[in-house]
Design a protein around this ligand. Structure first.
Ligand SMILES: *Cc1c(COP(=O)(O)O)cnc(C)c1O
Length: 469
């Protein structure tokens, strides 16, 4: 209340703060000056000011200012982003919290190349403007010949939003009650559709919807029939749903388009996932538009994909919202490389051979035992680490109930926490009071790194608390 802060007293002569080096002196010091070329003088100056502030606050001594600045700049050069690479030892292939699909080396290289100026919307032959991302669109059509045209957007949610906005804004879409799903983290597809100003006309019941339900619901206000793949759950027992083929017949009879959100982005059928819809079959069955994600089972970068009838895709492409949902050049490059290059990493992991997984896991167990207790691990082997049969998961709200038979190294529960704090961080699964380290989604070339991480964690734990008798 009107109280005035006293003016800071001048530092007495013996105050160490008087020895804090000046900005230009720190910037000119050999330890720091080299960074100016790399990071620019502005970044360097910010680091100097932060270190001087720490010295004024008494957190470091004036002598520590230069080393503190050098350290800070060193870390900036080494890790310019706070995103930290992790090893996914959860056995969950499309792990949403770990960024869904890891990209193939080809896709990673394509992203790096596209980070510069590229001809994303430019024809080098004529010097004229060209269709944005035409190479990616061509690759999609080559991968799914049933599609007359393709469109790439920011994510699956954008693809579905644009489709329903364009076909039914201010009107209705017909959706089965059994497909009114929540995908994850409170994300509900019906809410997304309604948020575009489209009314949902629900048909059928939670467990059963019949062809007649669709036919009866279609009227002059119907903009489209929308079928949504309930990616993350199974309805068992007394159930009935209407196939894409039947829906397509009803839609055609009433002259409304059928939009199918297949979710995972499988382009063609996959033997491991017999119940997962794919774009090619869905279009062959008569869907007019198929929407999906690019970073689930397609295994590419975050993207939304629309495939289907050329006239409808063209309408979507010309809608003003298409601009708001469009992808950047780096994504387009990664998606094209995923489609044209080697098999997606997620498909490698999905199809991992259980026998190979077991052999790798046993080798890991042996390496860890050797490093933590050379010669003396036999007695503890069964207690500390054992190789157990587990089931992996497709994840990312896909393939519910699909068993992915595999193997894991089972360890005491506290290991998971310690592994996450290692370098690199390893994310394992905790189940039934045990830590399960599953190699399904660990690149085989990283088994040695994982063994070293585990050995470090177990070595510390065994050293800190002697094994109980
Ligand atoms: C995942 C999913 C979405 C959302 O896709 P994003 O790429 O996460 O936006 C929409 N529909 C279905 C059926 C899904 O599985």
């Amino acid at each position: 209340m009107g109280e005035q802060r006293p003016a800071p007293l001048p530092a007495p002569d013996d105050d160490p703060r008087r020895r804090i080096p000046r900005t230009d002196a720190v910037m000119a010091s050999p330890e720091v000056s080299a960074f100016a070329d790399r990071l620019g003088p502005q970044r360097v100056k910010q680091a100097v000011m932060a270190a001087q502030a720490a010295a004024r606050a008494g957190d470091i001594t004036p002598d520590q200012v230069v080393p503190r600045v050098a350290d800070a700049l060193d870390s900036l050069v080494a890790a310019p982003t706070t995103l930290t690479r992790v090893l996914n030892a959860t056995g969950v292939v499309v792990h949403t919290n770990l960024g869904r699909a890891p990209l193939t080396p080809a896709a990673q290289e394509a992203m790096a190349a596209a980070a510069a100026y590229v001809d994303v919307e430019f024809d080098l032959a004529t010097g004229a403007r060209a269709t944005r991302g035409r190479g990616t669109l061509a690759a999609l059509r080559a991968a799914v010949p049933q599609a007359g045209a393709a469109l790439v957007l920011n994510n699956g949610a954008a693809a579905l939003s644009l489709a329903v906005t364009c076909l039914a804004q201010g009107r209705e879409v017909v959706v089965s009650r059994g497909e009114m799903v929540e995908i994850g983290d409170g994300f509900r597809l019906p809410d997304l559709i309604r948020s575009t100003g489209v009314t949902i006309r629900e048909v059928g019941t939670t467990n059963r919807t019949h062809a007649a339900d669709y036919a009866e619901a279609i009227g002059p206000e119907t903009g489209a029939i929308v079928k949504i793949h309930p990616s993350n759950f199974l309805v068992a027992g007394f159930t009935a749903s209407v196939s894409v083929r039947e829906c397509a017949a009803i839609a055609a009879e009433h002259g409304v388009p059928l939009v199918v959100d297949i979710g995972s982005g499988l382009l063609a059928p996959d033997s491991v996932l017999p119940a997962e819809p794919d774009a090619a079959s869905t279009l062959a069955d008569g869907a007019d538009l198929v929407t999906s994600s690019g970073d689930k089972l397609l295994g590419g970068p975050q993207a939304g994909i629309v495939l289907g009838r050329s006239d409808l895709v063209e309408r979507l492409r010309r809608h003003p919202l298409a601009r708001a949902f469009r992808t950047d050049k780096v994504t387009l490059a990664a998606l094209e490389a995923t489609l044209r290059g080697p098999r997606a990493v997620v498909l490698d992991y999905l199809h991992a051979d259980p026998d190979l997984l077991r052999a790798r896991t046993e080798r890991l167990a042996a390496q860890v035992a050797e490093r933590t207790a050379p010669g003396g691990h036999e007695a503890r082997d069964g207690v500390l680490a054992e190789v157990v049969a587990v089931r992996g998961a497709v994840g990312g709200g896909g393939g519910p109930g699909v068993p992915l038979p595999g193997w894991a190294l089972s360890l005491p529960e506290p290991v998971a926490d310690a592994l996450r704090h290692g370098d690199p961080p390893v994310v394992a699964r905790v189940e039934g009071g045990r830590t399960l380290v599953d190699l399904r989604c660990v690149p085989p070339g990283e088994d040695g790194t994982l063994a070293a991480c585990l050995a470090a964690v177990l070595g510390t734990m065994l050293g800190a608390e002697p094994a109980e008798s």
